[in-house]
Design a protein around this ligand. Sequence first.
Ligand code: UDP
Length: 472
Amino acid sequence: MVNCHVVLLPFTAYGHLIPMADMAVLFASRGLQTTIITSPLNAHRFSKSVQKTANFPHQIALHIAEPKAPEAGQPPLDDTSISQESIFGFREFVSMLQEPVEQFIQESRPNCLIADMFYPWTTKTAAKFDIPRIVFHGTGFFPLCASESIRLYEPHKAVSSDLEPFIIPHLPHEIKLTRKQLPNLEAEIFKEFVEVMMESVEVDATSYGVIVNSFSELEPEYVWHYREVMKRKTWHIGPVWLCNKILDDKSERGKKASIHEDECLRWLELKSPNSVVYLSFGSLVEATASQVFEIAMGLEACGESFIWVIKNEQERSLPEGFEVRMKALGKGLIITGWAPQTLILDHESVGGFVTHCGWNSVLEGLAGGVSMVTWPVMAEQFHNAKLVTDVLEIGVSIGDLEWSATASCDGVKREAVEKAVAKVMGAEEGEKMRKWARVLKEKAKTVVEEGGSSYLDLNAFIEDIKTFKSKQ
Ligand code: UDP
């Protein structure tokens, strides 16, 4: 077999880092020599992935690159929360590894460099060493097509108010958004972030190709649209998290969960199928104190059993005695910190998911066969939410929401929470959505098995990069 060396450069945010770590396992499982470049402070986040490949022909190698020293006031490169400081000096933040990455590529001459979208400089780096740069956006085809269509045709400029809906032009479905659901990054603090994003968009078209954590049966029209209309060379190889087969791998992704998986499973096993709703806002979004209170009141009013992930300190915002009451009734499990999300979503007791619609959460939810309440907050989450509600029809929206530049989830009343949760958990509408979600769940499982569409596209990817040099 011709040796093939793939180098991955993940971004620090969990929503990008976790799927890239899974992708590395997937490559190693196909016998590819796989290296993840990371910084000393981030290296431990990949150790679990490295362990998973211990018995493969090539274990994943970590190349620990020493980043450029942060400038005064700049956080070090392990800032997974993408704090105010890293956003403020974003260009510097995403360039810290440029020199050591170039040195590594020069010395090791891999077959390709798969780099996150937040490292636009890698397209030039790859060109310098005559290897393909593959972009990883961390999202799916539908949101990629929607964002590009809005960027190209600016339909939001043709409406007279922030509340008037516009149709995203030239998409296979009629998708409506309002201006207030689009990113608003005009504040000075986002200046460099926006510049890097614009650069990323520009180099996208000149990069060799795009690798996507999705599968064709999920969004076939958008795979076609991205390839044929937007003219991107692309491979769909997901859901990449399905490379995690054993319990331990499912329970520890990105970081150790704040609850032991046995405790979580014991709680779930006492529940009947599809009777539990799971609520999580991912790694970055935070509910305000008043929103935490309203969610609690809504959950108590609707009476469904739930697992709810809250961030540290948010316990203080819960109604008096709420956690104790829910625990005593066996109604609710609150996880403060980090949940074993895929383990939970995969459990048959879980039937519904209240989600901020990060791409990974959407994929994990549908691979768990659950119906969803969509509660998008920022990034491309409003697009992902539309895929769930308007295209796949496996979820309902929590209400009329606004894009948040501060990653905060706020303004939804308890009645809306109660109504939406009751709907997705219900025997009629909820079950109808779950029925289709279960079909997607089965498809998700088969596409990554030998002969499945993602399996075959990964073959095509490997073949393409192996033969790249001879095409020059
Ligand atoms: N995640 C987790 N436990 C948590 C919160 C998040 O395992 O308590 C994982 C989740 O399974 C997903 C990733 O972190 O794989 C979050 O990515 P997503 O795209 O859903 O959202 P983001 O955090 O980027 O907003």
